[in-house]
Design a protein around this ligand. Structure first.
Ligand SMILES: Cc1ncc(COP(=O)(O)O)c(C=O)c1O
Length: 396
């Protein structure tokens, strides 16, 4: 029989459809804003990472348009060859200053920062030590290394200590501890101060992925290193992304100049992938301007977060370990979370379910993400919908 070279894909996809595990892609018809049009329906958006509503901020949009006029649409190359424009260099200077670091390096995305940098930090015989709930891009970066891998229980410092001692048995030359700053499914914060303390006892490098913490935590949104009053002598790699609260696109890492010199010469995703279009770099610079000049966005984000969490908890919803603007409503079985999301959508609320295998089988949830652009009226509409649908489904 002649082989159908790609027939297996249809079969695999069919299996996903039958298990209702295929992604149903929704189409935004306009900007990602707290009030958005999705598949023809006006909704209150509770599932975008656009925490500060900067995706539609006039200063970012004007900067992007201006950069197209002055620098064109593409950079034409990878950074190392002919793709470093003055805008890329300025962005890195501005970010380093914002992060109070010696230097910063930008990547095309947060994913490619993790995937490109982590494998360059450890070699065979070294030890890499990772929180069990770290993001998939960290997991992929770790998989690309030949180092011995150790996983500690989520945010459990006793477990980290045990794992560090176990790792020492292999006599590694280098050790790397790596953690998310804010965990994306629960909204809890890694105890970075304690991780630094334990790590320094073992001479380990510390790497934090602050994708959900920057422009959210710390002084004026400077991120998790600022939140814990730490320095880049203690946290050697402060990695993040411009794709979430910064409202644009792109990964980055901040730390020492030596670190950046090494990272840019070694990361394959930096060396072998084109640099950002000028509009992207310019919009990222503008996002830093906004953070520095308009502190009200971060303040309102946190006020909205407190209001919404209290509203959900008062109704009897379980918001789990949330400490940040990521606020889960944990409901148990996957089917309940799916029905709750569908019911909310009928009420004009876009809030998506997170189900097994992304979270444990009995911890399916709706993951709400707060936004500084949500008004009290929007939040009340969302809370009323949670009350109505939650009662209908017997969740509260
Ligand atoms: C913790 C974490 N790291 C990295 C990334 C990837 O960032 P980007 O979307 O810029 O590739 C994400 C995005 O989902 C994330 O949540």
């Amino acid at each position: 029989m002649k082989r159908d070279p790609i027939g297996w894909m249809k079969d695999e996809y069919q299996k996903l459809v039958e298990a209702d595990l295929d992604w149903k892609i929704r189409i935004l018809q306009g900007p990602s804003t707290p009030k958005a049009k999705v598949d023809g329906v006006d909704v209150i958006m509770l599932c975008s990472n656009n925490y500060l509503n900067l995706t539609n901020h006039p200063h970012l949009k004007e900067a992007a348009i201006e950069a197209i006029k002055t620098h064109g649409t593409g950079s034409g190359s990878v950074r190392a060859i002919a793709g470093t424009m003055d805008l890329h260099a300025e962005l890195e200077r501005r970010l380093a200053k914002f992060k109070d670091a010696e230097a910063s390096l930008t990547y095309s995305a947060g994913f490619t920062a993790n995937e490109g940098l982590i494998p360059q930090l450890v070699r065979k015989g070294d030890a890499i030590i990772s929180d069990e709930l770290n993001h998939g891009s960290i997991i992929d970066g770790v998989r690309l290394t030949k180092a011995d891998r150790f996983v500690y229980d989520h945010c459990d410092m006793g477990s980290l200590e045990r794992v560090l001692n176990e790792a020492e048995n292999g006599n590694p030359e280098r050790m790397l501890i790596i953690t998310d700053g804010v965990f994306s499914m629960d909204g809890d914060i890694a105890p970075l101060d304690e991780i630094v303390k334990l790590g320094s006892e073992h001479g380990a490098m510390i790497y934090v992925d602050d994708a959900h913490g920057e422009a959210v935590l710390g002084k004026g949104g400077r991120g998790i290193v600022s939140h814990f009053n730490l320095t880049h002598d203690q946290v050697h790699f402060e990695m993040g992304t411009f794709s979430k609260a910064f409202g644009v696109m792109g990964g980055h890492v901040s730390g020492s100049q030596d670190m950046v010199n090494y990272a840019l010469n070694k990361s394959r995703s930096w060396l072998l992938s084109a640099s950002h279009p000028p509009a992207t770099a310019a919009a990222c610079i503008a996002a830093i301007d906004v953070l520095e000049q308009e502190p009200e966005h971060v303040r309102t984000l946190w006020e909205n977060r407190e209001y919404f969490v209290k509203g959900l908890q008062d109704m009897g919803y379980d918001t789990g370990r949330s400490q940040t603007p990521i606020v889960p409503a944990i409901v148990g079985e996957s089917s309940k979370a799916v029905k709750l999301s569908q019911g909310l959508y009928k009420e004009g609320i876009l809030a998506l379910p997170i189900v097994f295998p992304m979270v444990a089988r009995d911890a399916a949830r709706i993951r709400n993400i707060m936004n500084s652009g949500l008004t009290k009226e929007h939040l009340d509409q969302a809370l009323n919908a949670y009350e109505k649908v939650g009662k209908q489904l017997g969740i509260i």
